[in-house]
Design a protein around this ligand. Structure first.
Ligand code: PLP
Length: 373
């Protein structure tokens, strides 16, 4: 048996809508009904007024920093424990990311560390809802308000996650999502920004499509634009996925409950939490080795692989990336909590539709591995 870390779940609706898009010849990012349907449907799901579909989570993040006009020299406080795309989106604008260390239990940005990093150049906070658990938004939004900072949410992993009943991605000026194949819902590659601001949505729409002018002045471009368009074919798949998003989240939560029950009595494992304020969508079931198992992460991953169980190491925090440290952009010592997660964290197979046999195989193999390493 081989259990991969993730596997998309696609059904009849996706086939039907994609087939329809093909039948109509509406396969680009310019024409076709599915783009708007998916944008409107997903934005509504998030509790946001507008959605602008793009071709990846990375381009969603960049579209957010470009739409908000981050510029060279601006400083942005970013959760250090994240996919590097969050940092790249700041760097693409020539702005300066400032890494913020993590909370030890949720692995999200620690709001208590924000104020000490604020300078006269600070313009924004980029908060990441890591692995599907929402960040602690009240104190983060309070700091943003007090210091007049923009807030960008990287909700690439947190579709449908909730903070005090409100959806991730709907708190800041702009929320960003990924629809990569392993995400909660997928379009293969894809992304979206959501916002309540008509102004941001219009600017995002303009920038994502080469900043074309309005007809008949299409080729009088309004700005330096990008081609970040999602295709109608991808949006058709996205619409099919959106119809089953609550089912998919339910499956993720069921799997997390199964793993939790099987692993909760092993003291060397720090398991994912669900804070009282949170609905965790458990994008992946990520855990951190501690005590006698600290430092054995790579050995555990290798031994699991031998047993046909794929697992994946945690992100390496920004402040620990060689490129970053060598260039003097951050120091390894800046974020000790995140360093520990990055060095001792990994996730188990987390696809939404693992069979019962696969689930049992994962936990049995994992326990055998832990007893031996
Ligand atoms: C937190 C986070 N941000 C951004 C991205 C980038 O998204 P994409 O791979 O769609 O470009 C990802 C995922 O891959 C992610 O996990």
């Amino acid at each position: 048996m081989y259990v991969p870390v993730g596997r998309p779940y696609l059904g009849e609706e996706e086939k039907k809508y994609a087939y329809d898009a093909i039948e109509q010849g509406a396969i680009s990012g310019f024409f076709g009904e599915y783009i708007k349907k998916f944008e409107d449907g997903f934005a509504k799901y998030c509790g946001s007024a507008h959605g602008v579909a793009v071709n990846s989570g990375t381009t969603a993040l960049h579209l957010a920093t470009a739409t908000l006009r981050l510029k060279p020299g601006d400083e942005v406080l970013v959760s250090t424990f994240t996919n590097m795309a969050s940092f790249f989106a700041v760097l693409y604008q020539g702005a300066i990311p400032v890494p913020i260390d993590s909370e030890p239990d949720t692995w999200n940005m620690d709001p208590a560390l924000l104020e000490e990093k604020i300078t006269p150049r600070t313009r924004a906070i980029m908060v990441v809802h890591i692995y599907g658990h929402p960040a602690d938004m009240d104190p983060i939004m309070a700091v943003a308000k007090k210091h007049n900072l923009l807030v960008i949410e990287d909700a690439a992993e947190a579709h449908g996650a909730e903070y005090k009943g409100k959806k991730a991605g709907s708190f800041g000026d702009i929320g960003c999502f990924s629809f990569y194949a392993n995400k909660i819902i997928t379009t293969g590659e894809g992304g979206m920004i959501v916002t309540d601001s008509k102004k941001h949505a219009e600017r995002g729409k303009m920038l994502k499509s080469l900043a074309f002018g309005e007809s008949p002045d299409k080729f009088i471009h309004q700005d330096i634009g990008y081609n970040y368009r999602m295709t109608n074919l991808q949006a058709a798949i996205g619409l099919g996925q959106l119809e089953k998003i609550d089912f998919l989240i339910g499956k993720k939560r069921e799997l997390a409950a199964f793993y939790h029950e099987a692993l909760k009595d092993i003291p060397e494992l720090q398991l994912p939490v669900e804070k009282p304020y949170a609905k965790n969508v458990y994008w992946v079931y990520h855990l951190v080795l501690r005590g006698a198992l600290k430092g054995k992460r790579n050995a555990v991953i290798a031994a699991l692989k031998e047993k046909g169980v794929e697992s994946r190491e945690a992100f390496m925090p920004y402040n620990a990336q060689k490129e970053v440290v060598t260039k003097g952009l951050a120091k390894y010592e800046d974020c000790p909590v995140a360093n520990n997660i990055g060095e001792n964290g990994f996730y188990l197979p987390s696809g939404p539709i693992l069979s019962d046999e696969e689930k049992v195989h994962v936990v049995t193999s994992f326990k055998e591995v832990l007893a031996k390493v």
